[in-house]
Design a protein around this ligand. Structure first.
Ligand SMILES: Cc1ncc(COP(=O)(O)O)c(C=O)c1O
Length: 399
């Protein structure tokens, strides 16, 4: 009855956390503070509601797989501005496909590019460790071997790509990379991204760059994979984004995780295949959501406001946690990755004694690389976040 390929999938992080604290009352004599889930709590941009309302009749239509022209044009404009793609601008035709949130697109990508065998062997799908859990599920479901590349503090919380053997690379079908990274917030430099693109082209695999946190940063904007690919291509290249797909979302950028709207962009050959594949799988974006998303990609004011709100919380974290738990201010994203010695024990203690819910790093990793850490999401309101950080500091000691 069950597909044994999926036996390798451990229970998801959030049911594991629920089991860890099952039956334990939150301590602290005050309302609990939830800092485990990466669900943005900042307000939905105020222009979204009226757009959805004015397009409501379009729920009566099947939406096209490729979305509307207006959506793809808004996305192309945003990508070209944001990543300064002047040498090889992204085109609304051929380079972009809407997604029902990036998660399903990231998952589908593994099926799109994983052959039964590569170099005569089972294909490998590479991913950082710790990682967004969807990558491992997708790799397994597509019949590949998920291959976890430790991203340790010593290596700037990025996989050491110099250490990858030609033997592994030659059977790699897909490399999931996340920048800014969930959970550590590390950002891959443009040189790092270029090295990845070069490897993808040399060993003929696809680089899937998960950039859904790219707009949440407190200092400089993280570089992107399309720009790295374009920089490496000849000025008259027909396929400047060869072997590269980037994934973006409104979930974090625009506080719209419930809209389920994202996109994939890159190599036209992959996008064409992806479109055909999606015509079978069927995930489309309702036309009212497509219209709201179009407006969101055209607007930067709400994104700047969003960054301001996160900046305030990171400033508070700098003060409260400085010098404790290996604290560092991440270059991107909205998580703290704190070394608590034993992350699972710390998560339990925080819930039991202080009513703060955080995620043990172990649940996001394979092997021991995540064991010492807890992931703390700074997604709530400022005052609540400050209170949560103080409780963490008090409960776990100064580290
Ligand atoms: C690293 C990473 N990638 C992708 C996603 C998926 O986001 P969405 O499907 O809402 O676009 C998330 C959501 O938490 C994430 O953390």
């Amino acid at each position: 009855m069950f597909n044994p390929v999926l036996d390798g999938l451990p229970e998801n992080a959030f049911p594991r956390l629920a089991n860890l604290i099952a039956g334990i009352q939150p301590g602290g004599n005050a309302p609990p503070i939830l800092m485990s889930l990466g669900e943005p709590q900042h307000p939905v941009p105020d222009f979204i509601g009226p757009i959805l309302a004015s397009h409501v009749a379009e729920y009566g239509k099947y939406p096209p797989i490729q979305g509307t022209d207006a959506f793809r044009e808004a996305v192309a404009g945003w990508l070209n501005r944001r990543f300064e793609l002047t040498r090889h601008p992204v085109r609304s035709e051929g380079h972009i496909l809407p997604l029902n949130g990036t998660r399903e697109g990231l998952f589908s990508a593994a099926f799109l590019v994983t052959p039964p065998k590569k170099d005569g062997r089972q294909p490998a799908v590479l991913m950082p460790n710790p990682f967004y859990q969807c990558y491992a599920g997708a790799a397994l479901a597509a019949g590949a071997e998920p291959t976890y590349l430790d991203a340790t503090r010593g290596a700037g919380f990025l996989p050491d790509i110099q250490a990858l053997s030609p033997d592994l690379l030659s059977r790699t079908s897909l490399f999931y990379m996340c920048s800014p990274a969930n959970p550590q917030g590390s950002v891959a430099s443009i040189d790092y991204l270029k090295q990845l693109v070069q490897l993808a082209r040399q060993y003929d695999f696809v680089l899937a760059l998960d950039e859904c946190y790219s707009e949440i940063y407190t200092r400089s904007p993280p570089p992107g994979g399309l720009r790295a690919a374009s920089d490496l291509a000849d000025a008259d290249a027909i396929e400047p984004f060869a072997n590269v797909l980037v994934f973006h979302s409104l979930s974090k950028r625009s506080n719209l995780p419930g809209l389920r709207s994202g996109f994939v962009a890159g190599d036209t050959r992959l996008i064409a295949r992806f479109r055909n594949f999606r015509a079978y799988v069927g995930p489309t974006n309702p036309l009212p959501a497509d219209a709201a998303a179009t407006a969101a990609w055209r607007d930067e004011a709400h994104v700047e406001e969003n960054r301001r709100l996160y900046r305030q919380k990171f400033d508070a974290a700098d003060e409260i946690l400085n010098g404790c738990f290996g604290y560092f201010r991440p270059a991107g994203g909205f998580f703290l990755w704190l070394d608590a010695g034993d992350g699972e024990a710390a998560a339990l203690k925080l819930w039991r004694e202080a009513g703060v819910k955080v995620l043990p790093g172990k649940y996001l990793a394979r092997g021991a690389v995540g064991d010492p850490y807890i992931r703390v999401a700074l997604v709530g309101p400022l005052e609540e976040t400050i209170e949560g950080l103080r409780r963490i500091w008090r409960t776990l000691g100064s580290g």
